[in-house]
Ligand binder design. Structure first.
Ligand code: ATP
Length: 300
């Protein structure tokens, strides 16, 4: 009977291993699920290194056939320009980013980067040229250094440490039990949200591509951390064509061009000063946030 018990234990442990494998697999699929399949053309070439000239030419897009989400979006961002995207919730700001990174193909019109239609090249070779700093940073369960190095093949320890310094992350990294060799548990749950964001900024500095997408990275952090993050972001934006999705308009005041999106259309465009002068949609958005701030509703 002892051997029977033994084999039960063995069977049970194999069963547990299989269960683990299934759970692990479903996690992998969960990540894949978020990435819809956009097919590359057969024998599509790799995209050459770009300077970051981005052109939307009368772009229409729907996630679901017949339900238009973006209509007739046209704009041109020259290399190094900072573009702010704002507008009410559901207006289509994230969608503009989703189609620029080609997670979806557009319905009509064209998106060109350095004059090349992004549908004509391998999607991966476009995406590696766009750094993304999003609200919920994605980090690997590996060491801090490995997370930084992952950004660019051949990146050295020195380059990663320099980037971490520029992102204001160096100090908190040194305070971790093993410094740069500290392993991030479960995608970084042993760091604070602000620290995870600073690390993502450092990683984007290491990658140093010509295009950058920021989905307003400052939420639920204290004022000091927020200031450190903002400084890191300014360094990161340097010389990159940047698209900043702003929920608080103060983050795009310095943009070269602000696109105001409403119901999938660009309803206004210009600099902060020009749009304030206009006293239209942007002005109303700005004033309502300003009044909210005065009333202590919106954090500044
Ligand atoms: P927010 O400020 O709330 O982030 P947003 O301006 O970024 O909003 P989008 O996320 O671009 O808005 O959404 C634009 C529209 O597209 C919304 O009506 C939304 O419901 C719809 N939408 C977004 N993602 C999908 C999707 N994957 N499938 C179907 N519809 C979607």
């Amino acid at each position: 009977s002892f051997s029977l018990l033994n084999s039960f234990t063995t069977i049970f442990s194999v069963y547990a291993q299989i269960l683990n494998a299934i759970v692990g697999m479903s996690r992998v699929f969960a990540v894949m699920d978020e990435t819809p399949v956009v097919a590359d053309l057969p024998e599509a070439p790799a995209m050459a290194s770009v300077t970051g000239d981005v052109e939307f030419d009368h772009v229409d897009f729907s996630y679901i056939k017949g339900r238009r989400v973006l209509s007739d979006n046209t704009f041109h961002a020259a290399p190094g320009q900072i573009f702010g995207l704002c507008g009410p919730t559901g207006a289509g700001k994230s969608t503009i980013i989703n189609i620029l990174t080609r997670y979806y193909d557009i319905e009509s019109g064209g998106i060109r980067v350095d004059g090349t239609d992004i549908r004509s090249v391998q999607q991966d070779t476009l995406r590696v040229q766009i750094a993304q700093v999003l609200q919920e940073p994605f980090l690997f369960s590996d060491t801090i250094m490995a997370n930084l190095k992952y950004a660019r093949e051949g990146a050295t320890n020195e380059e990663c440490i320099r980037a971490a310094k520029q992102a204001n992350a160096h100090e908190f990294i040194l305070r971790q039990p093993k410094g740069y060799d500290t392993v991030l548990v479960d995608g970084g749950t042993n760091l604070s949200q602000g620290q995870r964001q600073m690390l993502t900024i450092a990683r984007a500095i290491v990658a140093d591509p010509r295009m950058l997408i920021l989905d307003e990275a400052t939420s639920n952090v204290d004022t000091r951390t927020e200031k450190l993050i903002q400084e890191g972001l300014l360094t990161l934006q340097k010389d990159k064509t940047s698209f900043i999705i702003a929920h608080r308009l103060s983050t795009i005041r310095h943009a070269d061009q602000i696109l105001v999106i409403d119901k999938g259309r660009i309803v206004e465009r210009g600099t902060h000063a020009e749009l304030m002068e206009k006293k239209g949609f942007y002005y109303d958005l700005y004033m309502s946030q300003f009044r909210g701030r005065l009333a202590g509703i919106v954090k500044e």
